[in-house]
Design a binder for this molecule. Sequence first.
Ligand SMILES: [Zn+2]
Length: 107
Amino acid sequence: MTTIKTTCDQCGEIHLGTADIALELEGNGDEGNYRFVCPECYLVQRRPASARVVSVLLATGVSYEVTLAPAAPLCDDDIDRFARELASDDWFERLLSLGGSSEGLRS
Ligand SMILES: [Zn+2]
């Protein structure tokens, strides 16, 4: 089994198995954070993962989840465009035609 060496804030150097680590990828997936529970003190900890760390962890078979980067804040243009869309008569039909799970809305 692959052993991953990292440090715990409380315990210092610790050794983890791939199942003990969850990788959280952000944005385009090059970087993110990894999360683990220290096997000695059971504290959940989180560390930044550089592109190199991400590729090493993925290569060892650590499971991962992708978290989307925070969206850019709304600006006045977005709000104007949204208001214009809502002012049109067929916005709801066009929204439905985009697909997705609209079943609950039709009843
Ligand atoms: Zn610890």
